[in-house]
Design a protein around this ligand. Structure first.
Ligand code: GLU
Length: 273
């Protein structure tokens, strides 16, 4: 009895310390082991997936590699849903974001990017028995799902004016809606769609159409104008690619889903400005 009370007290004390150590800054300060807050996706298999206390995926591994190479501290992951990425960076809630984050001029008004480190393309995910949707030209009368704040939603609206598009907060919510027949298709990057199609829970139920209609240059999002940090990250990305780590990660995370990187991969990261 008394012993268990001591344990409870010890756990409470450790928790309080942990909270104190984690609170506040996204930087590398703090006594003892430093940490670095990084924004990743939590629900995109093969890219950024949180299961329990495990984080896996192409973007997660790259985030860890950057933190290690630059000695930033132990990664502490934060969920960066599409619409929140700029805000998380601007408000210093994370030091950087690695989350299927396309480099665009509009986003560059708010954040800077190192990259590209991967090139994806927008595609469609439909139910396996659907033969009526063959590409962006066959979406008349169909209900589409994508995510608020994504290039996928805005590209689609430009490509198919007047399309019936529902915007959700995350892609996994779109997958649920697709399986429940509340929508007819989910549109976003082919990387993300391949991961969902291959997931055990969806196997045989969903398929990627396979006709990409955009170019998505993935970058590491960071504080706008922090050219010094951007240049450091760019050098790490170049090393990641030239050392073969990039290819290893592609094989590990995209191989099982049968996804092969398209033309232009691996890209050459651009200079920071
Ligand atoms: N790569 C696209 C974007 O950055 C779609 C994927 C996502 O929302 O993360 O908007």
């Amino acid at each position: 009895m008394r012993f268990s009370r001591i344990i409870v007290a010890a756990v409470a004390a450790a928790t309080a310390l942990g909270v104190a150590a984690c609170g506040g800054s996204s930087g590398t300060s703090g006594s003892g082991g430093s940490t670095v807050k990084i924004g990743v996706k939590y629900d995109q298999p093969g890219l950024g997936l949180k299961s329990g206390s495990d984080y896996t995926g192409f973007d997660v591994d790259l985030a860890r590699y950057i933190a290690k190479e630059l000695n930033l501290g132990t990664p502490e992951f934060t969920e960066a849903i599409s619409a929140q990425r700029e805000t998380l960076i601007q408000s210093d809630q994370v030091k950087f974001v690695v989350g299927t984050y396309s480099i665009t001029d509009a986003r560059k008004e708010k954040v800077s990017f190192a990259g590209p480190y991967f090139i994806a393309g927008q595609d469609l995910l439909v139910r396996a028995d659907d033969t009526s949707i063959t590409g962006p030209d066959s979406l008349a009368g169909k209900k589409l799902c994508s995510v608020t704040g994504s290039t996928s939603a805005s590209n689609l609206q430009k490509k198919v004016p007047g399309v019936n598009l529902q915007e959700y907060g995350t892609y996994s919510l779109c997958v649920d809606a697709l399986k429940a027949k509340n929508v007819d298709a989910l549109t976003t990057d082919d990387t993300i769609l391949a991961g969902y199609a291959a997931q055990d829970a969806n196997k045989g139920q969903l398929k990627v159409v396979g006709k990409t209609f955009s170019t998505e240059n993935y970058g590491v999002g960071l504080k706008k104008g922090d050219t010094a940090f951007c240049t450091q990250v760019t050098d790490v990305l170049k090393k990641y690619i030239s050392s073969g780590e990039w290819q290893k990660a592609v094989d590990k995370y995209f191989g099982p889903a049968g996804y092969k990187p398209g033309a232009g991969n691996p890209p050459t990261p651009a200079a920071c400005s």
